[in-house]
Design a protein around this ligand. Sequence first.
Ligand code: CP
Length: 308
Amino acid sequence: MKELSVNHLLGIKYINENDINLIFETADHFKEVINRPIKKVPSLRDITIANIFFENSTRTKLSFELAQKRLSADVINFAASSSSVTKGETLVDTVNNILSMKVDMVVMRHASPGAAVFLSKNVKASIVNAGDGAHEHPTQALLDAYTIREKLGDVSGKKVVIVGDILHSRVALSNIYSLQKLGAEVRVCGPKTLIPKYIEALGVKVEPNLRKALEWCDVANMLRVQNERLDISYFPSTREYAMQYGLDKKLLDSLNKEIVIMHPGPINRGVEITSDVADSKQSVILNQVENGVAIRMAVIYLLASKIK
Ligand code: CP
């Protein structure tokens, strides 16, 4: 049986093209399973997983939980805000207490970049990064690339522009790694203040003009402005941001080709994308969410097979 080269999923940086393709092949199988009348398989009846979320989430948290239940794993959920973390318990103590209840795998979202790597070095369990600050969000990048593959047949050779707040985005960095590993060309577009200085060192060109970026690409991934991570004002006003970097139907329809529109969610409707674009036939936003369950089933299944 083929297996992953890693025991944890900490970031796309740490996995290779073969790992990504294995996750996609496994997700193809699970996507077929979750479209059956009985959407469940008994594969992980002997595995217990803890979902520990130190930051808010809708899609990632529910999708991981559903993926685990579809695989018949036992699942416990932990929200930091209602836990003893509020009394000063450390991350390692918290997780070691959870692991002493015979838990095999931890899925963690944390506000600190590097938290998942840190945890993997300090506890004895398989760790899945569900987003660590502005660092990586590997399962989001996997479901994004999987959705491009589903929509366009392949990721290799495709041109993808990531638009918006690149500086604070874990989705951008993980997408850059995954798309490049799969042979796509990636550009970024956004206000100069929200483009990290190291971006060209990653082999990514900057296109400051949204129309030119859209004319170049096959796929546009429209990112949310991460207001919760903005310590200073990076652009004059939300209205001006929307006028320069927001995608509306008039701009989309004025392009001389059809492009695929993606967004990781949650959407600020009317800021980075208007409702008529988000809900248009070119948008695959809900396909991304649907594919998230199959991708997370694949990741959990493949990591669990390494601890059995
Ligand atoms: N895309 C994403 O990570 O969404 P949530 O924050 O709702 O999980």
